[in-house]
Design a protein around this ligand. Structure first.
Ligand SMILES: [Zn+2]
Length: 587
């Protein structure tokens, strides 16, 4: 019996044994399973003590896991994977145990905070695991190795002896090459990284579902959908409603893009009435299309007036300066500078002497001030924006640091993803001029180009943001069986995005697994929500700052009041609504 292992308090223990004793006396026939120490109904006062102790215990274990996970992610070896898996297992075990024990407070009339924290406790895991220690062990090891295998993934065109390409190298080519054969080769090269762990993923799903079911959910997908302060089915319906609202925008952008690509590559490569081949959209996952803007710009009006990537490169901007640009945006809004430890402990460039997970993420190691960025920064516009996105997470994390542990997260995970993107929406030509990156603000004739570029990143993303978890929800629920993983993935890609793979695929492939969030088990609905929320936040901030012009021109956000407005709002954290993680990923 290891309840309240940490910060033990004599009165709590005395009370606890008294309750268990009474419960056992009064209900000898009750079937207490070996993991449950709950016994009979608790009282409101006990619930409050329980929550306080649970927060202390989870805080300690989560900090321990964050440290182990940070070391694993920035230095992948068998040992660091094992240490991270071990620490993750302890968090999962404790959370499962506490969630179980908290059932004795079900149905009690509790103060708001106690009731809310008990609910958050039950929903806090992204990876529910079986109670059986051997199965839990197996699952956490699988979780660590899946992310590690993705992180180590590379493509060696000339075999093992030749030069190998990292994912970053391949993404660069996908963004800049206009040779369909080369693009196809690179696309296929990256997509051979995931088939080796397809079997592991099947087992991972099986074990995680078992954990979710033991916690009272239908499956892991249903557990994820329960984190939005509505029923899981209602959340799915809300996603669909939002998608239907924005779909006409996507349809227009899509048909325009296809017409331009047919003109560029010919009818044989891009059939004018068929799906767009996935390798021609400037991105490995065809999720954002900004990189092919030069192919799509409207004649006459399409000059955006500047090329930020070129400007950054010509100034010899380095990775640290990229982050400093982001930081100065936040400080100009009235936020504090990043702590010294951020600069000492972050990983900003790809290590050359060991493996690391390059996928950008923002960390909150001690849930206080030890925030960090892990990113293999490339000097281009896309990463300039990503830096703002990631720092949005870090500032959010620092804003809710004063909250009780279970509230140290966003209202829902879509909010966490939306904050940095909201800031990046203000990286407009007037802002770039203000910080000296461009000499003059292009005149109004450049607006169409600017907005098209935005649409290629934001609107093009919407169906992808929606479909990743459509796939995963079906996989977790069993609607898609392991025999159909790849077919189901491409059915969704066709249905929502209107794209097709560049070559025939089979169930030997595992194309969903070639997207980070699948092997890393990061829910994806959050990015779809953020793609909508950020524009709502942006509009609200513009109005708050008294700006009445076109929202894409807004500059006056750099006014202290609106920064404080953000900080006050995000600082409320999880208190007002519902998911927890010390790490937030880039999409
Ligand atoms: Zn993010």
């Amino acid at each position: 019996m290891n309840l309240f292992r940490h910060h033990i308090n004599v009165w709590t223990v005395a009370l606890f044994f008294l309750i268990v004793g009474l419960a056992l006396m009064s209900s000898c026939s009750q079937n207490l399973n070996s993991n449950s120490t709950s016994g009979g109904k608790g009282t409101a006062a006990e619930a409050q003590t329980f929550v306080t102790e649970a927060e202390k215990r989870l805080f300690d274990l989560n900090v321990k896991f964050s440290r182990a996970d940070w070391v694993k992610s920035t230095f992948i070896t068998d040992d660091t994977e094992a240490l991270s898996a071990e620490a993750n297992k302890e968090v999962i075990a404790a959370t499962t145990e506490l969630a179980d024990q908290s059932r004795r407070f079900d149905g009690l009339d509790l103060p708001y905070d106690t009731a809310r924290k008990l609910k958050l406790l039950k929903l806090s895991l992204t990876l529910p695991a079986p109670k059986d220690p051997a199965e839990r062990d197996e699952l956490t090891k699988l979780a660590a190795s899946l992310e590690g295998d993705y992180g180590k993934g590379k493509y060696c065109p000339d075999g093992d002896k030749g030069k190998c390409l990292s994912l970053g190298d391949m993404e660069e080519i996908m963004g800049s090459s206009r040779d369909p054969e080369e693009l196809k080769r690179i696309w296929l090269g990256w997509h051979q990284v995931s088939p080796p762990y397809r079997k592991d993923y099947v087992r991972f799903v099986e074990l995680s579902n078992k954990g979710a079911q033991e916690m009272g959910f239908k499956d892991t997908g249903a557990m994820w959908r329960a984190k939005y302060d509505m029923e899981p089915d209602a959340f799915a319906a809300e996603m669909e409603r939002l998608w239907q609202q924005v779909k006409p925008l996507y349809d227009s952008l899509y048909t325009y893009t296809r017409r331009k690509l047919t003109a560029k590559y010919g009818k044989d490569v891009v059939p004018p009435d068929g799906p767009i081949p996935a390798h021609l959209l400037g991105n490995m996952w065809a999720q954002q299309w900004g990189n092919i803007y030069p192919l799509l710009k409207p004649e006459g009006t399409g000059d955006r007036g500047y090329d930020l990537t070129q400007i950054l490169k010509s100034r010899n901007t380095d990775a640290k300066q990229m982050v400093q640009f982001g930081e100065s945006f936040f400080t100009s809004l009235g936020f504090d500078s990043l702590p010294q430890t951020f600069w000492q402990r972050s990983m900003l460039v790809k290590p050359t002497d060991h493996e690391a997970v390059c996928h950008a993420s923002a960390w909150d190691i001690d849930y206080e001030k030890d925030v960090r960025l892990k990113m293999c920064i490339q000097i281009n516009e896309e990463d300039f924006t990503t830096v703002h996105h990631e720092l949005g997470h870090n500032y959010y994390q620092m804003a809710y640091a004063g909250q009780p542990f279970l509230y140290r997260d966003s209202a829902n995970d879509g909010f966490h993803e939306a904050i940095g993107d909201t800031m990046a929406l203000s990286v407009t030509p007037p802002y770039l001029k203000q910080i000296g990156l461009i000499d003059k603000v292009p005149d109004q004739s450049a607006d169409i180009g600017f907005l098209l570029q935005r649409a290629l990143d934001k609107v093009a993303f919407l169906p992808f943001g929606y479909l990743v978890d459509q796939w995963r929800w079906k996989v977790f629920s069993g609607e898609v069986s392991p025999n159909d993983y790849n077919k189901a993935w491409w059915d969704l890609r066709l249905k929502y995005q209107g794209i097709a793979p560049p070559a025939p695929r089979s169930e030997q492939d595992f194309d969903a697994g070639a997207k980070y969030h699948v092997p890393a088990n990061t829910p994806y609905a959050r990015y779809f929500l953020a793609a909508i929320l950020q524009f709502q936040f942006h509009r609200a901030l513009c109005h708050e700052a008294g700006f009445n012009g076109p929202l894409y021109h807004v500059l006056n956000l750099r006014k202290q009041e609106s920064g404080r407005e953000v900080e006050t709002n995000v600082g409320n954290g999880f208190e007002q609504t519902v998911a927890r993680s010390a790490k937030s990923d880039d999409r």
